[in-house]
Design a protein. Sequence first.
Length: 583
Amino acid sequence: MVEGIGASSGIAMGKAFVIPTWEWDFPEKLIDVTDLAYEFERLYDGIRHSKVEIEQIKQDFVSVIGEDQTQIFDAHLAILDDPIFMNEVQGIMQRQYKAAEVAVKEAIEKFVNMFDLLDDTYMKERALDIKDVGNRLLKHLLGALEETLPPKDEPYVLVAKELSPSQMVHLDVNHALGLVTMLGGKTSHVAIMARAMGVPYVLGVEGKLPVPIQSGDFLIIDGDAGLLYVNPPKDVIDRYKKLRENWKAMHEQLQQLAHVAAETEDGKPFQLAANISSVKELEQAIRNAASGVGLFRTEFLYMDRHNFPQEEEQFAVYKEVAERMEGKRVVIRTLDIGGDKHLDYLELPEEENPSLGYRAIRISLDRIDLFKTQLRAILRASHYGNIQIMYPMISSLDELRRANEILAEAKRELAADGIPFREKLEVGIMIELPAAVMIAELLAQEVDFFSIGTNDLVQYILAVDRMNETVAHLYDPFHPAVLRMLRMTVEGARRYGKHISVCGELAGDIRALPIWIALGVTELSMSVQSILRVKNSVLQSRYNDGDHIWSELSRCPSSQHVMDVLNRYIQVDLAEETRAAGL
């Protein structure tokens, strides 16, 4: 058993599929001069096999991502034909009498290190291409011929050193039973997406495994407890089989709540909306009877591609979401890129701390062409449903006013062209910076609504990088300072009669429900997988307990005291009941 970090709940059992990395570890092998011809032949064979494999992958993917997007594979083929790269490999073999795989690895390291030192974004991307091609060539030279893509016809537990949001966008949830990564953070966007997709996920196991996981190993993932079992004994397998059956029973029981009104025991209605990153998450949101879309993370439309999505493409996506939600509220957040979310084709400056740098609304106000394209698409889609716009990472009235000026320009352009849109659509902001909390009353006078983004807000209040494993344990959403900031935000919105909701991960955490009751916040937006669990807790709670809860919370000197208070009001969760029964 290995103790990691549970990032997405659930039980997964199945064979591992390990995404290989280019960081091969093998001894430096010297050869005799008489073996040079043989080593060169091995090198050329490896190149031929790599080319055939790349061509096959290109053909397999052309129907999925289009001809233009397969050009990356042409670039990979070009690397294998690059005379500079090949001369470097051959030179190492001839001058130092090193085996082909050793020469290839050294050449890769040389070029990657050289390109990484350059400020040019294109060259840094080329370093990634060299890593990928080098990984493939080394695989053939070393005889490690396992598939580099997960199997299409059988389930698997995906294992990787780390995953990117763009990889998650295209994860096949029909075959991916669960995820294990060596690195990562519980509040990373990959973890958020795993929860949204309902895929159990355990991370942070690097350095804890006695031996590396191999493809084909039988794994058990306990996403709640953060446990990973590699080739466990029969009694552990039997125990988790029973637990998994109980989990299925729990979810079937929860599903019966889908069309039950979300209101407390004493009759206070709650709105439980969905956070989504793509259209494919809508089906689950509708099945779980989400009250709307409280957060549409549009940045994932921009990822895993080689150019910016054009207005028509964005319009089609936003329109589909609006129409399928049939008049329910759909809050579309404008592009929130930067921090831990990157676009390969957008040249961003190298920063010591990107979370505090050039990101979100700062990029939009700097790249008005990109911002206006997105605003035009959102406005056009507003004609087909109840769409609202939300700006991320607002820290001042100046930013808000400038964003609204650009929105007004987009409206005038559409009106001049005779293109219909909803003139009176609501505009709100994310409250995720302490600066926004401190001027909440000022901001509330110029917006229609607030949505509290607890993920970043907690990070900035506590000065804890939630992606940094060294300090991740200090990321504490139940810190008394966080509660006080939440209270200030709610009071600022209420003073001017403005609507307020919560769209961060804390909205879907049933431990926090008494906090929202105490603050009088009755609209929460969360991953689609959390909606029914939160509804189950809402049904067992009393809204009239709010004043008493806050009187206790406001006197708490530490997060442990906060949790002691919350535990007296948190209703027993079905998952905990099921776990107790299963174990």
